[in-house]
Design a protein around this ligand. Structure first.
Ligand SMILES: CCc1ncnc2c1ncn2[C@@H]1O[C@H](/C=C/CNC(=O)c2cc(-c3ccc(F)cc3)cc(O)c2O)[C@@H](O)[C@H]1O
Ligand SMILES: [Mg+2]
Length: 221
């Protein structure tokens, strides 16, 4: 049987990770990607930075764009209490299917709401579908040319408010130059670059966090 990469990654989780143990799922994926086949998970080095920003923010509502195989969904939700609202968006049904199984293996299926579809279609429906007014923490790890339009869409939908943190992966490699210019240009936000490396390699990469300082776009200028 010929398995595609995402299925081989899932197989490595099923074989090497302990059911209900998120840390063992993370370790199994990192071991597979370090020793068998590279895959575009945020990885353990940038993952530790993601962990620290999540813990610092201690969000009660979280949105992730680009679930892929569910690695960062497991990383984020293993740190947060069951009451946390976590929504992750994935447009590819095959990746969504793998992610659901990875998340289930970690025992986090009751804490994660994986919605299949394109971010631009789903973001405007967040309030109606989930009764969520604003997101405290948003993780961008989807197609890099969608970062800029999607943060603008989140703002236009009033889904980001004072204190909301948007953390973006891969701002150096593959890179998101227009996004970086945008988040570093406005006085309404404070942005910070976390220097790191492309997952499982020595190539330079990093994460950029942007914290909203002023009120949300719907609460006056
Ligand atoms: C339409 C909006 C929209 N709505 C909903 N889901 C969406 C979506 N756009 C994309 N998705 C899903 O997200 C995932 C894609 C993620 C894209 N990520 C990278 O391209 C990337 C690349 C490298 C790298 C590759 C090769 C190198 F040589 C170096 C670096 C490293 C990294 O960490 C990377 O994240 C897939 O599951 C998509 O189905
Ligand atoms: Mg990435």
């Amino acid at each position: 049987l010929v398995l595609v990469l995402s299925s081989r990654l899932l197989q490595a989780v099923c074989i090497n990770a302990v059911r209900g143990n998120p840390d063992s799922v993370i370790a199994a994926i990192d071991h597979f990607c370090q020793n068998q086949e590279w895959a575009m998970n945020v990885g353990d080095e940038k993952g530790a930075i993601l962990d620290s920003v999540v813990m610092e923010t201690s969000p009660s509502t979280v949105l992730e764009l680009g679930t892929y195989c569910g690695y960062s969904a497991v990383r984020i939700m293993r740190l947060l209490p069951p009451a946390t609202r976590f929504i992750t968006l994935e447009m590819n049904p095959d990746y969504a299917a793998v992610a659901r199984q990875v998340i289930q293996h970690a025992g986090l299926q009751d804490k994660v709401c994986l919605v299949e579809g394109k971010s631009a279609d789903l973001i405007p429906k967040m309030a109606d579908m989930f009764g969520i007014r604003t997101f405290d923490f948003v993780f961008f790890d989807h197609w890099k040319d969608c970062y800029l339009p999607d943060i603008r869409l989140l703002e236009d939908c009033g889904l980001l408010d004072q204190g909301s943190v948007v953390l973006a992966d891969n701002v150096l490699c593959p890179g998101a130059p227009e996004y970086l210019d945008y988040v570093r240009s406005s006085l309404r936000f404070s942005s910070r670059f976390y220097r790191s490396h492309l997952e499982y390699t020595r190539v330079l990469d990093g994460l950029e966090s942007r914290t909203q300082t002023g009120p949300g776009s719907h609460c006056g200028r």
